[in-house]
Design a protein around this ligand. Sequence first.
Ligand code: ZN
Length: 194
Amino acid sequence: MTTTPAEFGFTAWGAEIVRLAEPLSTRTPNPLAPRARSIARNGGVTLTVDGRHVEGLVQRGGEASVAHLEFSAMTSTTAVVLRDLLGSSAEPSDEVHRRLKESGAWSPAVLDVTDCSCRARGDRCLHILAGLYAVAAAVDRQPSLALELRDFRAATDDSPTDSGTCSPGSRWVSLTAFDVADYYEITTASEHDD
Ligand SMILES: [Zn+2]
């Protein structure tokens, strides 16, 4: 028997998402899993992430299905511990995951909602599975996505009511500021290239 390296979930954060597709409690592997992995591997899933809500557009042949996944939010207690462990790093490492689990403050990702536009009923159709593998791959590449999916940013929002700039849209203002900072960094870097 040979062991192959984990194709999906080679980071601790991605592995948590793979667990949602392959729960330890099920004794027999989902027969759809190999096909779902193949679809995700071959770029057959287009992901749209909006906070805890993920839409996975799965296209196969002439058919398209849309899987909806919604992840459970982390508690503010978890967010505080996590923020402490993260320090100034933007991407959570496997070490951060390990320490977070050790702290007892972490509960692995759970899906609050799973739904699909296809006719197969049940919460683990091919498209939902393919969507989960695609999310796992995206999280492996960028582990901070795992935090975004659990509403880390919202949970750490300290509601600066005394700053005088508070508005109902303050959360979105901070998101925009974040994007602009990224954009600025990219343009600065390319200026140096030439
Ligand atoms: Zn489906």
